[in-house]
Design a protein around this ligand. Structure first.
Ligand SMILES: *Cc1c(COP(=O)(O)O)cnc(C)c1O
Length: 397
């Protein structure tokens, strides 16, 4: 059984703050500061260029990939870390399309995070070969899978509503129609158990700064199924994805297996932080995390509905049908979130009118949920959000 009191003690969260925004940016693992300081002094400071070999910096991308593989049900040696999620989406879509060269449709849903759609659109323009991005309502995805579709590109958990797709069923349906699948795990990795191998997924991508707590700008990851990895031809054919980067060969030859999905020099400092964050994950069982996350979300929904009738639930009530967040709609969601933050409860706003709250058992417990709802009731009942200052939008919401 995961010791959640222990995991909670390993994060640095300011006194008086209830942090319900781990779906956007996880909090700082206390050990990360010392880890980075040690890396700076004894590795970068002392070893300089020899750190690539002596400290093993070059192998970090796949070593860390293997640690993430355990959390997402991937086979060892099939996940690599680097770049941003937007870039990993681009790589996955490009490689997936090449595996299905006679078809032109990329199917997604209109609840997907926009960057996944933007990157696909940019790739389609570059290919200039008649591809089409087709987006349907999330509930209509299953019916839209047919033999014209080349690639199914879905984010498992909707960033706005928390609604969760059925990965196994949709992947099966896609495969029956000859469709290659890409699953974006941005709101799944670290939020719930994932079984990429059991679901027979073709490609998966995700980020590490949300539920995995890797820090702002932490690198993304990509998974390619063993049956494809030696066939895929990377569109972003950078030198570190080459078979032998230090041969400085003028001709590109794809690296072994998942190594080919690397692009350029890895972010070694960011990877040190991510490793510290993953140490905490080594102490947790994702099934315990899921059970507690469902219980915390259920409690939050019950308390908010009883005490804040102004808010309208915008997340599936059934725990199995959602990720690890709860969203409510409210006419002045932006101002309400700013007021909540000013009163110590950190959630976030997503246009047009969603208030999001993530429940992350590694550092959020029942007492936090109850205390957060006390603050929400006060802010909403007394209209504390209704000021010009709280209605002024910042660049990042
Ligand atoms: C958070 C998120 C992203 C962010 O992409 P970056 O390149 O890391 O900024 C992309 N896709 C989804 C589905 C997300 O939730």
């Amino acid at each position: 059984m995961t010791d959640f009191a222990k995991t909670k003690s390993m994060f640095s969260i300011p006194a008086g703050m209830i942090y319900l925004n781990g779906n956007s940016l996880g909090p700082l693992p206390k050990s990360a500061q010392a880890r980075v300081a040690a890396m700076m002094t004894s590795e970068w400071g002392e070893m300089l260029i020899t750190g690539w070999n002596k400290a093993g910096w070059m192998g970090q991308a796949t070593r860390v990939g293997d640690r993430i593989a355990k959390l997402i049900g991937a086979q060892e040696g099939h996940v690599v870390v680097g770049d941003t999620l937007s870039i990993k989406v681009y790589q996955a879509v490009a490689s997936a399309l090449e595996l299905n060269p006679d078809r032109k449709v990329i199917l997604s849903d209109n609840g997907n995070f926009p960057t996944d759609l933007y990157m696909t659109d940019g790739l389609i323009r570059l290919l200039n070969n008649g591809h089409e991005l087709r987006t349907v309502n999330p509930e209509d995805v299953e019916a839209a899978i047919d033999e014209t579709v080349a690639v199914l590109l879905l984010t498992e958990v909707d960033y706005r509503t928390g609604r969760k797709h059925d990965m196994k069923r949709l992947t099966q349906k896609a495969h029956a129609a000859g469709v290659i699948t890409i699953w974006d795990l941005a709101h799944s990795a670290g939020a719930l158990p994932i079984d990429l191998s059991g679901c027979n997924v073709d490609f998966a991508v995700g980020c590490t700064y949300k539920y995995l707590n890797g820090g702002p700008g932490a690198p993304a990851f990509i998974y390619v199924a063993p049956r494809h990895v030696d066939k895929v031809r990377p569109a972003l054919s950078g030198w570190l994805g080459h078979k032998s980067p230090f041969a400085f060969d003028l001709e590109y030859k794809a690296g072994n297996g998942i190594e080919r999905m690397r692009v350029g020099t890895p972010p070694v400092i960011a990877l040190a932080v991510l490793e510290a964050a993953l140490d905490i994950w080594d102490m947790a069982d994702i099934h315990d995390v899921r059970a507690k996350s469902i219980a915390l979300c259920d409690l939050f929904i019950k308390e908010v509905e009883a005490r804040c009738p102004q808010l309208i639930l915008d997340t599936p009530r059934d725990g199995a049908a959602r990720g690890s967040q709860v969203s409510f709609r409210f006419t002045d969601s932006y101002a309400a979130i700013q007021a909540l933050i000013a009163h110590g409860v950190v959630g976030d706003f997503r246009a047009p009118d969603t208030m999001r709250f993530a429940f992350t058992p590694l550092y959020i417990d029942e007492a936090d949920v109850l205390a957060a709802v006390d603050v929400m009731k006060n802010v909403l009942t007394n209209n504390l959000w209704d000021t010009a200052a709280f209605k002024t939008k910042s660049a990042v919401t």
